[in-house]
Design a protein around this ligand. Structure first.
Ligand SMILES: [Zn+2]
Length: 73
């Protein structure tokens, strides 16, 4: 008998369409180069993300504390 396990999982992926930004992180207080990312929900099959279900939220990610900050497009 075959059992198919599927679900969804949020995943943060780099957004190559936006440039990086050097700023002071509001969370850890360090001057960092923020990475543009997208917070997407993926369809998963056997716990492996297969394809994104949505365009995803735009955000900056601090490379120091990994905190996400919403980004305007
Ligand atoms: Zn930070």
């Amino acid at each position: 008998m075959a059992i198919i396990i599927f679900g969804t999982r949020a995943r943060v992926v780099p957004d190559s369409s936006a440039g990086k930004q050097t700023t002071t992180c509001r969370y850890c207080g360090d001057v960092v180069t923020m990475e543009p990312v997208r917070n997407k929900r993926y369809f998963t099959l056997f716990f492996v993300p297969v394809f994104p279900l949505e365009k995803g939220e735009s955000a900056w990610r601090c490379p120091n504390c990994k905190k996400l900050f919403l980004r305007r497009e």
